[in-house]
Design a protein around this ligand. Structure first.
Ligand SMILES: [Zn+2]
Ligand SMILES: [Zn+2]
Length: 312
């Protein structure tokens, strides 16, 4: 992992580039942003950002982002994922004195509409204190191994382990119903399991500490343990970079992009209005300039099969 000291970072940040004209067209050339991560997201994010907007990314590895919540649940997450990502990015910026910061935040759970399918929502934020902007993008994907199972031995887990892509993807093991102990909640969680021997030992220990004799085996969703998540983070970094490549036509601030919607598409058959928006609102966070444009996906009418009136 690439770790820079605070001093090193701030030097990189003030290291300038070109004249004013050059700066407005390529505002991030020669600059460095700090990515707050404990879990090795640098590889997924740095390359697309450097290629797209010439911004270098450095990480701070000495910040305990677990204080803002963990997937395993020992620390509860408060606030929205975006709010957590902003807090995380700010921690790194404060620590390093850097005026540019990045962070991502993932959440996992059952798909909102499709039963038995898991969903992964990842949000990324880029804070630029020079422009006074916080640009964010998010992705929802069903390409995730998020899951859990109960077992008393590895033998019962063949299908589950295949679905979870173990051992290329890490696991977490804990007692299913933890016996109260002096150590307190979370003391018996084993994270980052990557080998069969580790898994076997962890299940053995966990089931003995569980009132029902069962171990709870969960997918480890931290980025460095989960290549599927890394892939989504890379896609999201590309999405963010594309947005930062768009500059406001009024004040040339980077990050011009979609912030809302308006209007309603009407059904191509009966003409009645739907809940699906007809136009996208793109705006600039800095000068508040707004543009209303037709949907970029080209959809101009609603398909009658999605119409409440034609197909109730
Ligand atoms: Zn209709
Ligand atoms: Zn603007």
């Amino acid at each position: 992992m690439n770790s820079l000291s605070a001093e090193h970072l701030s030097q990189k940040v003030v290291e300038g580039s070109g004249g004013d004209k050059e700066l407005s067209a390529r505002p991030y050339l020669g600059k460095t942003a700090v990515l707050t991560t404990k879990h090795g997201k640098l590889n997924a994010i740095a390359l697309p950002v450097k290629a797209g907007i010439e911004l270098r990314i450095a990480t701070t590895t000495d910040i305990d982002t677990d204080q803002l919540g963990t997937f395993a649940g020992e620390v509860e997450r408060l606030g929205t994922p975006l709010a957590t990502a902003i807090q995380k990015a700010r921690l790194g910026m404060e620590r390093t004195g850097c005026t540019l910061g990045l962070a991502t935040e993932g959440s996992f759970g059952p798909h909102p509409f499709i039963p038995f399918l898991a969903g992964h929502q990842e949000v990324i934020v880029f804070i630029d204190d020079n422009f006074g902007t916080e640009v964010s993008e998010s992705i929802f994907s069903t390409q995730t191994n998020f899951s859990h199972a109960l077992a008393s031995s590895i033998g019962e887990l063949a299908d589950f382990l295949k679905r979870c892509r173990f051992p290329s993807h890490g696991l977490i093991v804990r007692p299913n119903a933890e016996i109260q102990s002096q150590e307190g909640y979370g003391a018996t969680i084993v994270k980052g399991i990557e080998t069969w021997a580790q898994l076997e030992a962890a299940i053995d220990t966990a089931k003995k500490k569980s009132t029902d004799g069962l171990a709870r085996i969960e997918t480890d969703m931290r980025a460095h343990m989960n290549p599927l998540r890394q892939r989504i983070i890379r896609k999201l970094a590309i999405k963010l970079t594309r947005r930062l490549m768009r500059h406001c036509s009024q004040c040339s601030c980077p990050g011009f992009g979609i912030t809302g919607s308006e209007g309603r598409l009407s059904c191509s058959d009966c003409g009645s209005p739907s809940e699906t928006p007809a136009r996208e609102i793109h705006s600039c966070q800095k000068c508040k300039f707004k543009e209303s444009i037709l949907r970029q996906d080209g959809l101009r009418h609603l398909d009658p099969k999605d119409c409440q009136r034609c197909n109730p």
